[in-house]
Design a protein around this ligand. Sequence first.
Ligand code: Z16
Length: 824
Amino acid sequence: MSEVTSSKIQSTRVGMDAAAIKQSILEHLVHTQSRFPDVASESDWYNALAHAVRDRMLERMMVTAKTYKANKSRTVCYLSAEFLPGPHLANNILALGIWQEVQEAVAQLGLDFESLLEEEVEPGLGNGGLGRLAACYMDSMATLKIPAIGYGIRYEFGIFRQEIEDGWQVEKTDKWLSYGNPWEIPRPRLRFNVHFGGHTEQFKDIDGILRVKWIPEWRVIGVAHDTPVMGYGVKNTNLLRLWSSEAAESFNFQAFNTGDYYGAVNEKVTSENLTKVLYPNDEPEAGKRLRLEQQYFFVSCSLQDMVRIYLQSGDPLDQFHHKYTAQLNDTHPAIAIPELMRLLVDRNQMDWDTAWHVTRNTFAYTNHTLLPEALEKWPLDLFKKVLPRHLEIIYEINSRFLDEARMKIHGLNGHLEKLSIIEEGARPQVRMAHLAVVGSYKVNGVAELHSELLRQNVLPDFHALWPDKITNVTNGVTPRRFMLLSNQPLAHLLRERIGCGWVTDLDSLHKLEALADDPDFQQQWQKVKRRNKERLARHALAATGQKIDPDSLFDVQVKRVHEYKRQHLNLLHIITLYNRLKDNPGLDIPPRTFVFGGKAAPGYFMAKLIIKAINSVAEVINRDPDMDGRLRVVFFPNFNVKTAHCIYPGADVSEQISLAGKEASGTGNMKFALNGALTVGTLDGANIEIREEVGKENFFLFGMTEAEVSALQQQGYHPQDYCQNDPELKSALDFLASGYFSHGDATLFRPLVDNLLNGDPYKVLVDYRSYVDCQARISEAYRDRQEWTRMSILNVARMGKFSSDRSIQEYTNNIWKIASVDVF
Ligand code: Z16
């Protein structure tokens, strides 16, 4: 077998020309799908094509693994409870560099390429920004030739599919695996035991050393499923390794033997429930035991796998951190810190200090939020029931850490309880962020402002203790998926004028600056935008039945629905425009289409009410003949990566209107600007850095700064004052409350309006006037199409910083200290 060289295998089946690809598709149709061409469905052809593409990836993956192993390369493990890769097929075709060839092959078979791509159901294994960021980083790590494994959970059901019924969000199960998944390679022999519950016992080992034994109560098995992640234009093909839970068949033989067949099988069901479904919240749900079990499950499998691979090298475990670094994507995998300690101390008899040195030099932690309610905490009693040994280890970590802190901040005993990993009180809790900070060698925020607020407000005592620990890596997005793949008209234009270098060197978009005033180029730019708006209009029509006019300004807000993101501020502006147009039919403003999209957590009442309000306002406005050709509102259902592909390129205006200090970074803001939309935004998250890059004259700024927000909070905020002093605001709120948009029902939106008038935690009413006035400037600016186009070009030209390649370069240089590895 080993005599067969890789080139021999390759030459037989995986040619890169159209003829070879066509042949592969036909072979897979017959030999994988078991269908003759004349009876094959679109889905059969999709699968055949996917397999033909996959054949061309697998060997790269194997050669990559072999190269990394031979090089004994340092590897990044990106630990994340969520990954949102989006549809694979088109991306993989691009990465292989066979777009033309596949198109040709598909055309020769009489198939429509676009509709084959449409067949794919995307893996929605994430909630929003955090999961999508993990996928962008996987793309960039492969492209930058960084040895990396993404570790996560293979949820059987991803984020729910959103339908809109009577204006309300309705959640449908995401059965993404129903028709199979050609992109994953199941590894049934790559399996690990994961234990839960029970108790611990102390004992003396043969050398008389006191040790701890964990006697767990139940176990499940984790099975690996690998998805190759190709770099663009390189051979490097990294791995996304997701764990799926299986029952430990032999576990409850007791029940089986006593004839309790049902009981024995029921345990199987319970075990398999572990990876059944993604929690659809962008903040933790208090005390959900299954969620803690999910986190520990995937972390334990991943660490066992890392140790297994490491030991193949023959090196001693006390050098583990030289070969591995693990990035914690939020605190969701922070249980990895005590788990690695357990593996080293309990399983490999390492002494505590050495184990702690290894652990503390293995992990780095990325924080993604400043919202206090989004910082994970686990009640001690729950934690103890699920992970008794880990709780002991956390106590030990904490007590040694507090000793260290006590010496460093001599005499400041008051600080200690603020630093402690354990929050005392009526129901004591484990603070996962503190655990993550203590157990990591670096901590980073995801935009400059966010990192600074982490240092100053969220983790000030840790910052005082370790001034070099908290750093910043501003988020980025992959230009492969969010420009090259999803905006092909733009990619073609760029290729003609500045070549293709930008795909892997986004700073080279700077070459566009010289063209920003060129009338001919501006015209082509407008044509591109026009085509993209037509595509968005087609998709919106198919998804909602609503016609929207590509001649109008497309003003788009797509993101999770959350009060801090202030979709309702956008809505108040729309109602204001409506009122103005009703009161003054002669008003001359450019026609606008407002597009919304985004999911609300199923249990988040206010977010769901905001969706209902958007749809209710849309219904009235779109029906009103006075608004025809002037104002349109659509809610694009089920915003996900696939729909994002057609939404970002079709936008003229990008809504980034969170209350300053609340959005850690945002990444949609980058995707819009890279596709030529102009941003209306606050000085929040990465908006600040986008504005710095594109120039303040090319960015529509409004609203309070973070400093003004916290000053107002200090001094006491009275929302009703703002309402009383602004007749347009008062009128918009009154309209919403009155039942005008709800068939006369004056109770429906009362909670929304009351929430704003009595508290308004995200200060919508404060920023309303500045927002509405800023929108008026946008309307004015849009009249001058040349100037608008110039601004759009300059935005794209200056967005190079926001490539995830730049982010990954910063992680490798400043945090991971890892070198790239060539694969041939
Ligand atoms: C999430 O997507 C984010 C934060 C969080 O606590 C949980 C989830 Cl699921 C987002 C941030 O809200 C966003 O600002 C940021 O750009 C993104 O994470 C990636 O860092």
